[in-house]
Write a protein that binds this ligand. Structure first.
Ligand SMILES: *[C@@H]1O[C@H](CO)[C@@H](O)[C@H](O)[C@H]1NC(C)=O
Ligand SMILES: *[C@@H]1O[C@H](CO)[C@@H](O)[C@H](O)[C@H]1NC(C)=O
Ligand SMILES: *[C@@H]1O[C@H](CO)[C@@H](O)[C@H](O)[C@H]1NC(C)=O
Ligand SMILES: *[C@@H]1O[C@H](CO)[C@@H](O)[C@H](O)[C@H]1NC(C)=O
Ligand SMILES: *[C@@H]1O[C@H](CO)[C@@H](O)[C@H](O)[C@H]1NC(C)=O
Ligand SMILES: *[C@@H]1O[C@H](CO)[C@@H](O)[C@H](O)[C@H]1NC(C)=O
Ligand SMILES: *[C@@H]1O[C@H](CO)[C@@H](O)[C@H](O)[C@H]1NC(C)=O
Ligand SMILES: *[C@@H]1O[C@H](CO)[C@@H](O)[C@H](O)[C@H]1NC(C)=O
Ligand SMILES: *[C@@H]1O[C@H](CO)[C@@H](O)[C@H](O)[C@H]1NC(C)=O
Ligand SMILES: *[C@@H]1O[C@H](CO)[C@@H](O)[C@H](O)[C@H]1NC(C)=O
Ligand SMILES: *[C@@H]1O[C@H](CO)[C@@H](O)[C@H](O)[C@H]1NC(C)=O
Ligand SMILES: *[C@@H]1O[C@H](CO)[C@@H](O)[C@H](O)[C@H]1NC(C)=O
Length: 714
């Protein structure tokens, strides 16, 4: 480091520069303090070298700014790869006004000398690895401190949220402590002691208790965020005295309750964003919401709201996002005139008790990109005007009572941008449209038409949807063969046609599906998909498992149909498969040895067929197998006593009278007890739930578990 082991040549250069420097050159004292700060770090990310190269005047050093007297006033060392503790020597820089050390890997605590400095106005240490409690007010500090901006967000601070500290922070304007692990209560003194507070972000911590009513004394407060904590109780009426509020956000606290009082809420006439989702609020959405003319985002999803959608909502013409999913809203949606909501991009009404037909006015919201009406009581036809929604990328109408699938698909094919289309559990007992003129859908990646009892064959128009990744046609009454063009869908990696009446032999082309042949344990979604923030859930009874952005279920589910023939050897080519279900068909012949090549397999179901012969020894090497079922076939011989198969219960093997093994009544004559090896593996259920595109469509900062797209998929 420069000051300690400076080679003579460099020293000369330093002196030269020092002498050549103008009068504002930094003082030796200041320089020493900066070098002490540097010396305190465990890794400086090359800063020492940079400072060295910048000469002797520390006012010229990277990230350092000075005043006219050569005193350091600013230290801006964000994203410099700094590691280790923040040396208290920084506080010896007595003219320091601004410190920005954000986006580093600093560790240890925040020195009290910095927080209670007599000079510092802005202190930003966000996005680092600082930990420990936040310094409490030292008894020596009695006078007000100049600190205006304190950003300690996205660190690892913990313990009780300090309360006394704020007593001397009369000048505080912005306080962001989000994304740490603070516990305790929101201090009630906050706005009383810091009357200038305009931004307060306490979200993503472990705060509990009530929302203090003194927050209403923050007359300057514009942004108040305390979501993703464990707060409980009601929104105190005093909070509506903070009439400067533009952003009021308490999502995902779970326990917040009470009704939204219309008379109070109108006082917040500057409100742009209201986010109370993921709580226990009840009662109706107040009529007066229509007076919040500036409102852009309304998030009341996952509460216990009831009553009708107020028609006054159409007065909130700036609305971009409406999220009312998972509530108990009732009535006819037709009462709201959506035509005035020309800025609307995302409308989410999933899981309510709304009914009636979808109002035509929705189709004039030409900027709509995401529309989710699933799990309500809507009926009628999808208007051909839906084709006007050129930006529509996500549509879910699952679990309603819509009719006329032919009309719906003809209308939707004009939505050029549609990538996700979930229409299952509607159109009961209609005929699967076979019409070749169904084209378009050039961007469709996810298509679910399950549980509609649709009749007819798997239609050929599907073969043109070459970007399709997920195709779900389960629980219909489809007949005819598995089409041989199936491998032309070369992006497809999840095919579920279970619970139909499909027949014939399975085509060899099914064993040629490009995405299932890739020998990769997980498909990492390409950037365009990551963009959509796609998620998949596997639901296993009450158990939810997340597969976020990476581990998509590669599934081939032909279960419960009338397929026949032998299982082709070539099935061993589908190495990417995690779940293979051929159960409840009429397959006969032997289980191909090559299934042992499907080494990623987690679930294998061949039950209820007419399979014969012995269990191939090759299956023993399927180490990830956590579910296995070959029951009700005509298999014979011993169950392997080593490897993964030996860990399954009798129920996996029952109904094969000629099979023997230690777990069956039918013990083999000369086999020893099997060594048990248990390999735990994640399950990959066929019952997938797509939790799709919320980053883009369904708004900001919502937790994954709030975003179940359709819960009872399949
Ligand atoms: C600088 O700070 C250190 C640590 O806080 C302290 O021990 C030292 O006395 C200070 N030096 C001066 C000259 O203020
Ligand atoms: C600190 O630096 C980061 C990165 O340049 C910047 O985004 C942030 O706004 C700065 N903080 C303050 C308080 O200006
Ligand atoms: C920290 O918070 C302040 C005040 O809101 C803000 O100006 C600054 O940009 C934030 N820093 C980063 C790195 O985002
Ligand atoms: C607080 O900081 C986090 C990052 O740590 C940021 O995402 C958030 O937007 C900030 N809050 C406000 C209100 O600016
Ligand atoms: C929370 O902090 C971690 C660690 O700094 C960071 O990776 C993450 O992005 C932050 N989350 C948010 C919501 O800002
Ligand atoms: C806080 O606001 C309430 C009215 O909401 C007022 O009665 C009280 O005096 C205020 N407290 C302080 C300390 O300003
Ligand atoms: C939901 O709201 C209804 C009335 O609107 C109320 O009777 C019920 O207790 C609430 N349920 C919960 C869990 O808060
Ligand atoms: C607000 O909405 C209501 C109901 O839709 C309507 O009668 C009223 O005229 C609207 N007010 C204004 C000012 O547009
Ligand atoms: C939803 O509201 C209806 C009628 O208002 C009521 O019968 C039903 O119990 C409510 N459901 C829940 C889950 O609160
Ligand atoms: C639709 O969105 C675009 C930008 O996304 C915007 O320029 C345009 O004004 C919006 N249209 C309407 C009718 O609001
Ligand atoms: C479905 O809609 C089309 C087009 O509007 C119409 O021709 C057809 O008769 C409708 N089918 C049924 C069953 O209503
Ligand atoms: C697949 O399985 C067959 C039969 O067990 C075996 O002969 C073949 O070598 C395997 N192929 C690969 C690529 O592992």
């Amino acid at each position: 480091m420069c000051s300690f082991t400076v080679p003579p040549a460099v020293l000369q250069l330093f002196l030269l520069l020092f002498l050549a420097s103008p009068a504002t050159a930094c003082t030796e004292q200041e320089k020493r303090n900066l070098l002490q700060f540097l010396a305190g770090l465990s890794s400086d990310g090359g800063l020492a070298t940079s400072w060295c190269n910048n000469g002797a005047d520390c006012c010229e050093w990277e990230g350092i700014s000075c005043n006219g007297d050569g005193a350091v006033t600013g230290v801006s060392l964000e994203s410099k790869g700094l590691e280790g503790p923040i040396s208290p020597f920084l506080t010896n820089l007595t003219s320091l006004l601004h410190i920005n050390l954000s986006h580093n890997s600093l560790s240890g605590g925040l020195p009290a000398e910095l927080m209670f400095s007599r000079s510092i106005i802005v202190l930003d240490v966000s996005f680092s690895r600082l930990n420990g409690p936040l310094p409490e007010l030292p008894s020596l500090v009695t006078t007000d401190r100049p600190l205006q901006v304190l950003n300690i967000s996205s660190n690892q601070f913990g313990s009780e949220f300090p309360s006394a500290t704020w007593k001397v922070m009369k000048n505080l304007i912005a306080l962001n402590t989000s994304n740490n692990s603070f516990s305790g209560h929101i201090p009630s003194s906050l706005c009383v002691s810091s009357p200038s507070l305009a931004l307060l972000d306490l979200s993503y911590n472990q705060l509990s208790g009530d929302i203090p009513n003194t927050l209403g004394n923050c007359s300057k407060l514009k942004v108040l965020k305390a979501g993703n904590n464990h707060l409980s109780g009601i929104l105190p009426v005093e909070i509506f005295h903070a009439t400067s509020l533009e952003y009021l956000s308490f999502p995902n606290n779970g326990g917040l309750q009470g009704e939204l009082d219309g008379a109070h809420i109108v006082k917040l006439s500057s409100l742009l964003i209201l986010d109370l989702g993921g709580n226990s609020f009840s009662g109706a959405i107040p009529e007066s919401i229509g007076q919040l003319r500036r409102l852009e985002e309304l998030h009341l999803g996952s509460n216990n709201m009831s009553g009708e959608l107020p028609s006054t909502m159409s007065n909130c013409t700036n609305l971009k996002t409406i999220d009312l999913k998972i509530n108990n809203l009732t009535g006819d949606l037709g009462k709201v005139n959506f035509a005035t909501l020309q800025n609307l991009k995302s409308l989410d009404l999933m899981e309510n008790n709304l009914g009636g037909i979808v109002p035509e006015s929705i189709y004039s919201c030409s900027n709509l990109t995401a529309l989710r009406l699933s799990a309500n009581h809507f009926h009628g036809e999808i208007s051909s005007r839906i084709g006007n929604l050129k930006h529509l990328s996500f549509l879910s109408i699952s679990r309603n009572s819509f009719t006329n699938i032919t009309k719906a698909l003809h209308a939707l094919k004009s939505c050029r941008n549609i990538s996700t289309l979930l229409i299952g559990r509607n159109f009961m007992n209609e005929a699967m449209p076979q019409d070749e003129s169904i084209d378009g859908f050039q961007n469709l990646q996810f298509l679910a038409m399950h549980q509609c009892s649709l009749t007819g064959r798997i239609p050929t128009w599907l073969s043109k949807l070459t970007r399709l990744k997920v195709l779900v046609l389960s629980k219909n009454q489809l007949t005819g063969p598995m089409p041989s063009w199936i491998n032309s869908l070369n992006n497809l990696f999840h095919l579920d046609v279970s619970n139909n009446s499909l027949s014939g032999k399975i085509p060899v082309t099914l064993m040629e599906m490009a995405m299932l042949k890739l020998d990769k344990p997980a498909i990492y979604l390409d950037p365009s998909l990551v963009d959509l923030d796609l998620l998949i859930y596997a639901v296993d009874a009450s158990k939810l498992q997340y597969r976020i952005n990476s581990d998509w279920c590669k599934v081939l589910n032909l279960g419960n149909n009338k397929f026949t023939g032998v299982i082709p050897q070539e099935i061993g080519q589908l190495k990417a498969l995690l779940y293979l279900n051929l159960s409840s068909n009429n397959f006969y012949g032997e289980i191909p040895q090559s299934i042992g090549n499907l080494t990623n397999l987690q679930r294998l179901d061949l039950s209820n067929n007419h399979l014969t012969g012995e269990i191939p020894a090759a299956l023993e090497i399927l180490h990830f197998l956590s579910e296995f079922n070959i029951s009700n076939n005509d298999l014979e011989g011993p169950i392997p006593t080593t490897g993964q198969l030996s860990t399954f219960q009798a129920s996996s093997f029952n109904g094969n009278p000629k099979l023997c093994g230690p777990m069956l009544i039918n013990h083999c004559s000369s086999v020893e007890a099997a060594p048990i090896s248990i390999v735990s593996a994640k399950k990959c259920s066929s019952k997938v739930i797509f939790v799709t595109a919320f980053g883009v469509f369904f708004g900001v900062g919502v937790l994954y578990d709030q975003l179940v797209l359709f819960r009872y998929f399949g």
